[in-house]
Design a protein around this ligand. Structure first.
Ligand code: SAH
Length: 345
């Protein structure tokens, strides 16, 4: 039988495990806090638990270890990019960004990605595997240890499609939010998706007030299909209905990501249709100038064209932010760093 991944257990699961051993439930709380508050890494260090119990845990369980492989520091701002080594030698990346409201970590949820978006480096070799909850948690814990500081915001916007790894992502959210662990408010967490519609309904019903971010990138099905194959499965209308449901159910504002690509989605009619689509929705658009990757032969629009796209939306009462680029000197887009590193090896 496979051993239990102890550092992926939720608070309740940890307590149940202890009770199943004939121990008191508070032992579960101790172990949960050891991993998720004190960021403990091995069972040998947890002196709170009696030796006998530690041995028992080692018989049925194991601790999944993630190691910091390399850090890249931007010279332009305080952005840091991290490569982590997983137990099976896979490599994942995370980004630490400094904002006026604190420190944000952008984490990966899968090794690779199966969604196939044309402009995205993470998906070029498909999905290799899902990350477990502890592998998501440890991206945050190892970064905090590295900088000796606490982070305040988390975005699930690194490599992978979080809603394609639904159960592990939900468990990660439960653990990182738990008061006996890191106690991070759901309001400080953003989950970004390419639009797996049934999972958006599921997420809305979970009753967790995280921010949902939709990677839209075009208001037209025929254009979005070229960029994002998921559109063939779930069209834009269907996606928007799911967003309306999410907004109604959670009463949270939805964010839309819109990567601007010259000659693809930066025309006046794109802005017009986009504004029409979002009408009546409590929404905010983040415009992201394309980070060119070598597998996708397109460019970002000029700054003045980006500004004018923004004005078109503002004119129609849509809230828009142009995403400031961070750490552009240390390999730009999602999944690029890992690919560059693997290519050099
Ligand atoms: N799978 C999720 C989260 C990961 S991608 C999603 O699709 O939302 C995070 C964001 O980065 C998405 O909005 C994605 O479309 C965007 N992105 C990916 N590659 C990019 C690139 N080369 N330039 C600009 N944005 C990119």
């Amino acid at each position: 039988m496979d051993k239990i991944e102890l550092n992926s257990l939720s608070y309740d699961e940890m307590k149940e495990l202890m009770v199943s051993f004939g121990e008191k439930a508070f032992r579960g709380e101790q172990l949960f806090s050891y991993f998720n508050r004190n960021m403990g890494l091995t069972l040998d260090d947890i002196k709170l638990l009696p030796l006998q119990l530690r041995d028992r845990l080692k018989e049925v369980g194991r601790v999944n270890e993630v190691r910091l492989l390399k850090r890249f520091d931007s010279q332009l701002d305080n952005t840091k990019k991290y490569l982590f080594l997983l137990e099976d030698d896979n490599i994942i990346e995370s980004v630490l960004m400094e904002h006026n409201h604190g420190l944000t970590v952008c984490i990966s949820t899968q090794v690779g990605c199966s969604m196939g978006c044309s402009f995205c480096a993470s998906t070029k070799e498909g999905r290799i595997r899902n990350l477990t909850p502890s592998e998501m948690l440890n991206q945050i814990y190892l970064i905090e240890k590295d900088i000796d500081n606490r982070i305040s915001n988390i975005v699930l916007m690194g490599s992978g499609e979080p809603l394609d790894n639904y159960d592990n992502t939900l468990k990660f959210l439960d653990i990182i939010h738990h008061p006996k662990g890191h106690n991070i408010s759901f309001r400080n967490i953003t989950l970004s998706t390419c639009g797996i519609v049934p999972r958006i309904y599921d997420l809305a019903k979970e009753n967790i007030p995280i921010t949902l971010s939709i990677s839209l990138h075009s208001p037209f099905d025929h254009i979005r299909m070229e960029m994002m194959p998921i559109t063939k499965r779930y069209g834009i209308q269907e996606l928007m209905e799911a967003c309306r449901f999410y907004e109604r159910t959670t009463r949270r504002r939805i964010t839309f990501e819109y990567t601007l690509i010259e000659g693809v989605n930066d025309r006046v009619e794109d802005a017009e249709e986009l504004a029409r689509l979002l009408k009546g929705l409590n929404a905010h658009i983040n415009l992201i100038p394309l980070n060119p990757i070598k597998e996708y032969d397109r460019n970002r629009p000029t700054t003045s064209r980006i500004e004018s796209f923004k004005r078109q939306l503002n004119k129609r009462n849509i809230q828009v932010t142009i995403r400031k680029e961070k750490g552009s000197d240390i390999s730009a887009s999602c999944g690029q760093l890992r690919r560059d590193y693997l290519a050099k090896k």
